[in-house]
Every structure is written in structure tokens, then in C-alpha cells.
Design a binder for this molecule. Sequence first.
Ligand SMILES: NC(=O)C1=CN([C@@H]2O[C@H](COP(=O)(O)OP(=O)(O)OC[C@H]3O[C@@H](n4cnc5c(N)ncnc54)[C@H](OP(=O)(O)O)[C@@H]3O)[C@@H](O)[C@H]2O)C=CC1
Ligand SMILES: O=C(O)CCC(=O)C(=O)O
Length: 472
Amino acid sequence: MEQYLTGAAPYSIANGVPSKRAEPKELSVAERVEALWERVKKRDPHQPEFLQAVEEVLTTMGAVFEKRPELVTVMERLCEPERQLIFRVPWLDDEGNVHVNRGYRVQFNSALGPYKGGLRFHPSVTLSVIKFLGFEQIFKNSLTTLPLGGGKGGSDFDPKGKSDNEIMRFCQSFMTELFRHIGANTDVPAGDIGVGGREVGYMFGQYKRLANNFSGILTGKGFNWGGSNIRPEATGYGVVYFAREILQDAGDSLEGKRVAVSGSGNVAQFTVEKLLDLGAVPVSMSDSSGCVIEEDGFTREGLAAVMEIKNVRRSRIKAYLEASSTAKFVEGERPWKHVTVDIAMPAATQNELDLEDAKALVACGCKLVVEAANMPSTPEAIHYLHENDVQFGPAKAANAGGVAVSGLEMSQNSLRLQWSREEVDERLRGIMKNIFASSKAAMDEYGTHLQGGANIAGFLKVADSMLAQGAV
Ligand SMILES: NC(=O)C1=CN([C@@H]2O[C@H](COP(=O)(O)OP(=O)(O)OC[C@H]3O[C@@H](n4cnc5c(N)ncnc54)[C@H](OP(=O)(O)O)[C@@H]3O)[C@@H](O)[C@H]2O)C=CC1
Ligand SMILES: O=C(O)CCC(=O)C(=O)O
């Protein structure tokens, strides 16, 4: 065990004089994990989102560390990104004024493949947010079974209210720095909040111009220039496929289930679309200004109206009231306290479902929460849901369909081929089924819940690969 003891080196320097230390006592596995956690906190005390993500994983790993204590030090390595890039992004607005934003790319872990993960453009972006997303991406990408490392990036740039030309100039400036750090076999970014097909296009164009190289350095590309069928739909579709696996395993189905969805961006839109395909009744959508409730469920026409408002007009969700005589808008609120549902699917952002929301969902009879966004539920909410026998589908597993189809886009780019919608969709369904199966197998083996099972299944593959590759 001595090689796994953590703590200070065998010699300390007091007043410049080396002195032999007392033999360190052998620590239990639990004490070593606690010490690891203390060091992670001490290293980055001002990164609350990142620490929340690490703590969530650590609290589910006890049985793994007891069985394989050598993995504690691997976990400590895994908590430290391989590389963190922070850079200046200057850009010109339409009036000729210069603005400066901060750009990030955290290349977290490359044990399984090139760094892979989206770019987020939102004013709330900090290094802590990018690190939490990058950390979660490692486990998620591992669960897909595709050869993908974990990374994430973005900027505190706010796309709201900006013209197309301003967005283009910002994206070009962002890529002017990022291009030297990415590559089809190095790091392959994609979209996330505030980054969709338009932004990926502007960044891809700038990369190509700078590098004189047409290759798969981004995913989420347009179909005509190397994109994959189903990538825009993949995260939302995958969430619903994952929910279906959970329900089928319990002898149930989505048919007729009332579902609360939050958000109205890419993930929310295609979550609602697939819910409609499978006979469920999506009753809410939202944005940062409030939520819309459709008591009898959104229709396909209603969803088309939301897509037009958010993707074409780039307006606020309240505008949906113009398209529906039955909808109710609740200003400044998330949907959870305003619905009676069987299932909740948070699809907007982190920590959007807290303890009070969880209580409201339990009180209304909700039996399943499937996380479509990244880390949307607070730890207190998750605990309460578990305590009250609500099934819980964790984000790392449930929303992995997006990055999975990104992985398939990379495969198609390598092959210089494009698969049909049906072929990609079938592979996506297979991957989601497999993620549920491997998470459930780990859950059963280690006596935990699905959240723990997903963390464990994702971690073991990365950890064994890191061990095999040495202390790098
Ligand atoms: N795109 C993808 O493939 C994947 C995305 N995810 C995760 O899914 C979630 C949604 O991403 P995506 O749909 O792509 O992003 P979009 O930018 O397309 O949509 C984001 C939605 O969330 C809302 N939102 C964002 N921030 C907040 C906030 N602070 N409070 C309330 N609402 C907010 C937005 O409202 P508003 O318009 O008012 O800003 C918008 O409705 C994120 O957590 C993302 O990390 C996970 C896996 C893959
Ligand atoms: O498709 C990708 O590479 C990234 C998707 C993503 O950002 C995520 O899974 O959170």
C-alpha cells in the first residue's frame, strides 16, 4: 500500500535544514479519497461548478476504490486537465467599436482519443464552468464506447442581440487563436450553448483559411461540407432513447406520459420532437426569460413555432403565445413548479433543478427525471429524488447521444463517406441502449444507482487506459 500513500515527500525543509520525516501512517482508502478531495479543493477553491462535478463523481466511487485502491491516484490525475488554454478574443461590432472577450479550451483527458467536447458562448462562462463540462465529458465520451477523449471550451461572449456579421467576426477571431491548438487527431470541438450550425460554419471557414486544410476539425458541420446526418437532432433524440430504455427496463413505455422539458434550444427542441414521435406529451418549454406551459401538450405545429422563434427570429419564448391560444407563460420561472407530469427532462443549463423543484416534482407524482442538459440538477435535488424513489437518468449517460453522433461524424470524415439518416439513427439508438446497459451493469455490480453506475462504467475504461499508458 505504501506506493499509494499520499501526502508530503519523505523529507521536509525546516529553516533550510533537511530533516527526516516521521514514517507516515498508512491511510485507509476513504482517507486517501478525502485527502485527494481536499487537494482538489485547495488547488482551485474558486471553481464551484468544477468542484461540484468532481464531488458528485467522488461520492459515487467508494465501492470501486475499495476494490481497486490503485485507482485513487488515477482519479487524482484525472481531476487535473492535461492542458488549459485561455486567450484574448478581440472583435469589432457593426459600429466599428472594439470588444474583448475571453476564450477557453480545456484539453482535459486524451486517454481514449483526441480531446472532444463542445464550445459554449454565454456570458456566464468561466474557467470553472468549462472545467466542469470538460470533466464530465471524459466520462460521457467513454460511455459512448467511441475513441474520444474529453475537452470543452468557449467564451464569455454573449451572442444575444448580435448581428450575423458580429457573430461571424467573433467566431473568426476565436478561431484565429484556437486553430493552432486543434486538429482531427488532436482536439475536435463542436457546439454547446450559444454555438450551433451557424457558428460552427464561421469557425470552420476560418480554420480552413488559416490552416489551408479541409479536415474534420469540428463536428456539427453542415451536411454539404462534411457534417453528419442526425447530428443536430442527436442529443435530444438520444435523451429520449435513454428514457425509453429506463422505462422499458421497468416494463413501462413513453406512450401517453406527460413530460416537462426546460429550455428551447437545440437539445430541448429535438427532445420534444422525439417525445412526440414516441407518443409522449411534452407540456413545457422555457428560456432564460420564463416558461411556456401547454397543458394538453405541444403539437408538431407548436414545436415548429418554437423552432422558428428560437432558430430564425432568435427571439424570446414568450413570442410563442402569438402562435397558441392555449399556452400559458410564466415570467422568470422554470417549469418544474407549474406542471403535473410523469417525467421531467431539464434541457437548459446547469443547476436549473434545485431541491425545491425536486420537492414539487415528487409532490405532483413525477416518477422519472432524465437529465438532458449538463449537470442540471443540484446535488440536494438528486439526493431528494433518490430518497423518494424517483428514477434518475444522469446527464453523462442520458445526453451522450450528441457527442456519440459527433464521433460518428469523425468516423465518416475519416472514411470520406456520409451515412444515411436511417443508418446514423440506428447507430445512435444502439449506442444509447448500450450506455444504459453498461451503466446498469456497473450499478448492479457495485450496488449503487444509475448515476453511480454511469460514473463507474465511464471511469473504469478511462482509468485502465491511463494506467496502461503510464504516469503521463
Ligand atoms: N448541443 C449539444 O449537442 C449538447 C448540449 N448539451 C447540454 O444541453 C444544454 C442545452 O444546450 P443547447 O440546447 O445546445 O444550447 P442552446 O444554446 O441551443 O439552448 C440553450 C437553452 O437553454 C436556455 N438557457 C441557457 N442558459 C440559461 C440560464 N442560465 N437560465 C435559463 N435558461 C438558460 C436558453 O435560453 P435563452 O435562449 O434565453 O438563452 C436556451 O433555451 C446545455 O447544458 C448543454 O451543455 C449536452 C450534450 C450535447
Ligand atoms: O459533440 C460534441 O463534441 C460535444 C457535445 C457536448 O458538448 C456535450 O456532450 O456536452
